[in-house]
Design a protein around this ligand. Structure first.
Ligand SMILES: Nc1ncnc2c1ncn2[C@@H]1O[C@H](COP(=O)(O)OP(=O)(O)O)[C@@H](O)[C@H]1O
Ligand SMILES: Nc1ccn([C@H]2C[C@H](O)[C@@H](COP(=O)(O)OP(=O)(O)O)O2)c(=O)n1
Length: 226
């Protein structure tokens, strides 16, 4: 049997990581892991348990408490916290506003990285893992590393459409830019392109075009390591 295929997909918010990763995993028969959902889940737990998310010591003290379980089916990605389905509440604006602060805490990252590596190790055929530090830190030996980008305006327009226009494109762009700066500027495993990652600018591409390009890159890499 072929070696498991590990695909790392990183990039800022709204570049198409989740849509692309799910479609690539489904096409290639691989598992799928959304690590952003895990950071959102721990943030949701902190907020619902009254932890001050702006107090890194309080967040660190509680980092080991919630039990976060991620499904790895690209057609039905689910996530639970302490046994309760968290798929919808982790997408709230409140969680989005707090997630960068929580995910900057080293104790939170250490815990999540452990869970992420275990998920990758147990995926028999292989896995597509998306996030911010997958190619640099979580899975530096991945078969293929992709770094998705898109202009800030395009990313904000995509997110605003997703929110059905409830938040203006300008306000969305401001929030995205602020979160990217926090995610790129933190000390522990910031958002960064790995030296050996292939950058794909999705600004002018349809989702199908991005998926086709990433599948081709993975197939190319797989052929060289077989
Ligand atoms: N290439 C693309 N062209 C147009 N819209 C896209 C493209 N890729 C993703 N989208 C849309 O943009 C939004 C954000 O995509 P998502 O996959 O959630 O990005 P990320 O995971 O990087 O934040 C979604 O509504 C998605 O349908
Ligand atoms: N590997 C990762 C994945 C996400 N994070 C943090 C930083 C991000 O702002 C949040 C949320 O990630 P998510 O991918 O859900 O964000 P978007 O849906 O792209 O807006 O989690 C991280 O620090 N490391």
């Amino acid at each position: 049997m072929d070696n498991p295929v590990i695909v790392a997909i990183d990039g800022p918010s709204g570049t198409g990581k989740s849509s692309t990763s799910k479609a690539v995993a489904a096409k290639l028969g691989l598992s799928y892991l959304d690590t952003g959902a895990q950071y959102r889940a721990i943030t949701w737990w902190m907020l619902t348990n009254g932890i001050d998310v702006n107090d890194p010591a309080a967040v660190a003290d509680s980092a080991g408490k919630p039990v976060i379980v991620s499904g790895t089916d690209p057609l039905d990605p689910q996530i639970s916290v302490d046994g309760a389905d968290a798929t919808a509440p982790i997408r709230s604006q409140e969680v989005t506003a707090a997630v960068s602060a929580v995910s900057a805490v080293p104790e939170v990252r250490a815990r999540m990285v452990e869970v992420q590596r275990a998920a990758a190790a147990s995926a028999a055929a292989g896995i597509v893992v998306e996030g911010r530090d997958i190619g640099t830190t979580v899975l530096p030996d991945a078969t293929a590393k992709i770094f998705l980008t898109a202009s800030a305006g395009v990313r904000a327009a995509r997110r605003s459409t997703e929110l059905k226009g409830a938040v203006s494109v300008a306000a969305t762009q401001e929030a995205l830019t602020r979160r990217d700066a926090a995610d790129s500027g933190r000390k522990t495993s910031p958002l960064a392109k790995a030296a050996d990652a292939i950058e794909v600018d999705t600004s002018e591409l349809t989702l199908d075009q991005v998926v086709d390009r990433v599948v081709a890159l993975v197939e190319q890499k797989r052929a060289t390591v077989r």
